[in-house]
Design a protein around this ligand. Structure first.
Ligand code: SF4
Ligand code: SF4
Length: 86
C-alpha cells in the first residue's frame, strides 16, 4: 500500500488556508501559533494518513510550503536510510 508523508514548512507558511480548503481528504488544519508576543496562522498536518497524494496542496500553495513524498510499505526500509560503511 502506498502512503504519503506530508510536511508543512512553518517558516514560510502564511496561513492562507488554501491547502485546507483544497485537500480532498482534510489533511490540514489551520491553527494559531504564538511566536514571542505575536500570533499568526499556520497550517499543520493533522491527518497525514489520509493523504492520497493528489498533489493539489503542493501545486496550489502560494509559498511552496508543502512537501508531499511517497513513502512505500511500512515494512520496507526507507531508501534514505544510510548504512554505516566499513
Ligand atoms: S497553502 Fe501553503 S501558505 Fe497557505 S496555509 Fe497551506 S501551507 Fe500555508
Ligand atoms: S497531496 Fe492531496 S490528499 Fe495529500 S495532503 Fe495534499 S491535497 Fe491532501
Amino acid at each position: 500500500m502506498t502512503s504519503y508523508k506530508v510536511k508543512v514548512i512553518e517558516e514560510t507558511c502564511i496561513g492562507c488556508s488554501v491547502c485546507a480548503q483544497i485537500c480532498p481528504t482534510d489533511v490540514f488544519r489551520i491553527v494559531m501559533k504564538r511566536e514571542g508576543e505575536y500570533e499568526r496562522l499556520v497550517s499543520v498536518v493533522e491527518r497525514e494518513e489520509a493523504c492520497i497524494g493528489c498533489m493539489a496542496c503542493v501545486e496550489n500553495c502560494p509559498t511552496n510550503s508543502i512537501i508531499v513524498e511517497k513513502s512505500e510499505v511500512k515494512n520496507a526500509l526507507s531508501a534514505t536510510s544510510t548504512s554505516p560503511s566499513a
